[in-house]
Write a protein that binds this ligand. Structure first.
Ligand code: IMP
Ligand code: MG
Length: 177
């Protein structure tokens, strides 16, 4: 259970229009870069990446398979940055060109864990596509190959991102103060 939806809407940080234009531009880059790939696999991290991923993939003209991880991180566990895989992908990544899709890279622990796992499982290539990058918060290095927007260290919601499961379906990216 969680608290009822707040009545006031978050302030717009990145408008629906700007997001849509950026997503199209990223898709164009991806179409170009993977034009020769015969085994592209888009892997999203539930749940935040779903809105971005669906919009992005609808612009792809190269054949692509789709799968998902779900993770959770335990901020106050003994190991800082410990990430648990709560749902693994169903498909094999061996020999695949994996395009990992995430809503936001914050400390980087989540993506670092997943990138290492995909390499261990012998993906042919792995690249990360992240809508948002909170670069100033990074604790471990994560290369972002396709980046939507770099943002300051503020808490954002909408377009998949939530605060305690609120605001995921906002069509824009808003800031929570
Ligand atoms: P990382 O492992 O610290 O990079 O955590 C990334 C995850 O933290 C994201 O996939 C989001 O679920 C969550 N997160 C980080 N910053 C925000 C934010 O500003 N709004 C909503 N979720 C966030
Ligand atoms: Mg997430």
């Amino acid at each position: 259970m969680h608290a009822p939806e707040p009545k006031t809407l978050p302030q717009v940080l990145i408008s629906q229009d700007r997001v849509a234009r950026r997503v199209e531009a990223l898709a164009a880059e991806i179409n170009h870069d993977y034009a020769k790939s015969d085994h592209l696999l888009a892997v999203g991290v539930l749940k935040g990446s779903v809105f971005f991923m669906v919009d992005l993939l609808k612009h792809l003209t190269v054949p692509v398979a789709v799968d998902f991880f779900q993770t959770s991180s335990y901020g106050d566990s003994t190991e800082p940055g410990e990430v648990r895989i709560r749902k693994d992908i169903d498909l094999s990544v061996r020999g695949a060109d994996v395009l990992l899709i995430e809503d936001i890279v914050d400390t980087g622990y989540t993506l670092r864990t997943i990138l290492d796992l995909l390499r261990f499982r012998k993906a042919r290539s792995v690249r990360l596509c992240a809508l948002l990058d909170k670069a100033s918060r990074r604790a471990v290095e994560v290369p972002i190959h396709y980046k939507g927007f770099e943002i300051e260290d503020i808490f954002v919601v909408g377009y998949g991102l939530d605060f305690d499961e609120h605001h995921r379906n906002l069509p824009y990216i808003g800031r929570l103060d």
